[in-house]
Design a protein around this ligand. Structure first.
Ligand SMILES: *Cc1c(COP(=O)(O)O)cnc(C)c1O
Length: 338
């Protein structure tokens, strides 16, 4: 049976690099949304805790509940409901939500500093603070998100600049009103590893922990170790005679007599169909013909085939990002920690 292999030592090395860059592990939040980027929520939460990581970020309450006892704070990016749990921190993405969120819940206010996807506008900040004060909401954090931290250009700088202004305004308001100062955070993996200085209270790290951060070469290079590999098992082997066609549509035609193997991994597992006839595995096996729903063929007959051990490589072939490759892995595939 095909399985997803999780390299524990790789994850630990990446976490250590992150902690070293941040300077203190208390300021690191591990992003575990979407089944920990496909790696498996429970096991990645456990490994993070073992490394002393105290903060997590998830997508929804359903995910938060599965790891509730393991972190001192769990930030929920897109809450589907609200439950007043001491270590659950609900992200508020719009000003209307401030009127609706139960006052017993911890909230983190997202401010739009230029991505224009989620968060209140900069101009809405005074109004938001007024609502928070009037409703006596528990403002635990203020955050924003970079749109282009992994690209060269000015966006990173003006977004940071806007965030500094937000920080000042919120801090001044809280001091005047006698409210506790919330935690401030604005950095994902790319923003952390391009930054020269860090004055955020927390960083929210996903892709670097999973070993797949890519930054333009002008930035200080850091080494990361891909955590996920995908291993497939041979279903059957056969000999193709010259001119015989393989798979749906017969899109691969044997140029000579050859041995091929069929493996138990298809697009239902997250093996993208756009890879058909255009992917080479780390050991040099070529994907032949179209990817089917549950299987695909290669010019090898090995029992076990490492389909990928660096999601950036297969993402390039599929013209997408490692992020999409990782989260596309079917949750039903067994995760094996080695
Ligand atoms: C997914 C996400 C992150 C993590 O981004 P990486 O590029 O994987 O480090 C951080 N913050 C928010 C708000 C996110 O949605």
């Amino acid at each position: 049976m095909a399985y997803v292999q999780i390299d524990k030592q790789a994850f630990i090395k990446n976490i250590n690099t992150i902690i070293e860059k941040v300077g203190r592990k208390e300021a690191v939040a591990i992003v575990l949304k979407d089944n920990a980027y496909g790696h498996g929520l429970q096991s990645m939460a456990q490994l993070s805790c073992e490394q002393g990581i105290a903060h997590a970020v998830v997508r929804n309450v359903m995910e938060a509940k599965q790891i509730a006892s393991q972190f001192s704070t769990i930030m929920i990016l897109a809450p589907e409901r609200y439950e007043a749990v001491e270590n659950f921190y609900y992200v508020v993405n719009a000003i209307e939500t401030l009127e609706a969120v139960p006052a017993a819940c911890n909230i983190e206010l997202k401010v739009d500093t230029g991505m224009h996807r989620n968060g209140i506008a900069l101009s809405e900040l005074p109004k938001a603070l007024a609502i928070i004060q009037a409703r006596q909401l528990r403002l635990a954090g203020v955050l924003s998100h970079h749109r282009s931290a992994d690209e060269l250009g000015s966006a990173y700088f003006w977004q940071e600049h806007h965030f500094q202004a937000v920080k000042k305004e919120v801090t001044a308001f809280c001091q005047t009103e006698g409210m506790p100062i919330p935690r401030f955070h604005n950095k994902n993996s790319a923003a952390l590893f391009r930054a020269n200085t860090l004055d955020d209270d927390l960083v929210r790290i996903g892709i670097a922990a999973y070993g797949l951060l890519r930054l333009p070469s002008v930035f200080t290079p850091y080494r990361f170790w891909p955590v996920m590999s995908l291993v497939a098992t041979c279903n059957s082997c056969r000999t193709l005679e010259t001119g015989e066609a393989l798979g749906y549509g017969g899109t691969f035609i044997a140029p000579q007599r050859m041995q091929v193997g069929n493996y138990d991994i298809g697009y239902a597992d997250g093996m993208m169909r756009t890879l058909s006839n255009r992917y080479e595995t780390p050991s040099g096996a070529l994907l032949l013909g179209r990817v089917s729903m549950d299987n695909s063929s290669f010019n090898t007959t090995d029992d076990a085939l490492i389909v990928f051990n660096d999601a950036n490589h297969i993402a390039d072939a599929a013209q997408t990002l490692a992020y999409e490759v990782l989260v596309s892995m079917n949750p039903n595939l067994k995760r094996c920690i080695v």
